[in-house]
Ligand binder design. Structure first.
Ligand code: IMP
Length: 199
């Protein structure tokens, strides 16, 4: 059984990504959990040097917990394409370049996929809760679907406009936030965090 957070505990959200901060505030608001973004505390962003999502989520949450002295929550996530051997994967943010241009990153994915007939793609989110004493709890969620081109829709963030979840017709970029949260990798991982650490 996971370590629990007492009700009312304030936690640091170890992310500087605006899209993720918005989605977490949607996911958290019904549960009365108060989170302070790492940026507001002036916490630095550690290098993400692990080879997998869970390892990078742990690096980020531990760095924020140890720097702030408060429990911290992180997300490491990415877009994976079967025809590219799972890339961009943990490098999803970096494919956007220093200017974080995801139109460019999506064009690169499309260019590298070329005429591949295998269009399977998925998003993964690893969420980690870390305590200042070094204890961590990590959970992972995934949503499967198809990579489409051209990109469609101006909602969401990152690679959302080129991803259609299995059984759907709209891209994540065309879907309302609530519809994305009903099935997303992040929401699936978050449901596990809630059950294990907030129940
Ligand atoms: P990181 O976890 O900060 O390394 O960045 C993950 C990157 O993956 C983001 O910058 C997005 O480009 C992409 N990503 C993660 N989750 C989503 C999502 O829900 N929709 C679209 N792109 C996402």
């Amino acid at each position: 059984m996971g370590r629990k957070l007492p009700p009312g505990t304030k936690i640091v959200l170890a992310s500087h990504n605006k899209g993720k901060l918005r989605e977490f505030s949607d996911l958290l608001s019904p549960h009365g959990i108060e989170m302070v973004p790492a940026g507001e505390l002036g916490l630095p962003e550690p290098d993400e040097t692990a080879p997998d999502f869970a390892g990078n989520a742990r690096i980020k949450a531990l760095a924020a917990a140890q720097a702030s002295g408060m429990p911290a929550f992180s997300d490491d996530s990415g877009f994976c394409v079967a025809a590219l051997g799972g890339e961009p994967g943990v490098l999803s943010a970096r494919w956007g370049g220093p200017e974080k241009d995801f139109s460019k990153a999506m064009a690169l994915v499309n260019e590298r996929m070329g005429e591949a007939t295998d269009r399977r793609a998925w998003f993964v989110a690893a969420l980690c809760l870390a305590w200042p004493d070094g204890h961590t709890e990590t959970f992972q969620g995934r949503v499967d679907g198809t990579a489409v081109w051209p990109p469609r829709g101006g909602k969401g963030f990152g690679y959302d406009p080129m991803f259609v979840p299995l059984g759907g017709t709209e891209t994540f970029g065309e879907m309302d936030a609530d519809a994305k949260h009903a099935i997303s990798h992040r929401a699936r991982a978050f449901a596990q965090v809630l059950a294990a650490c907030f129940a």
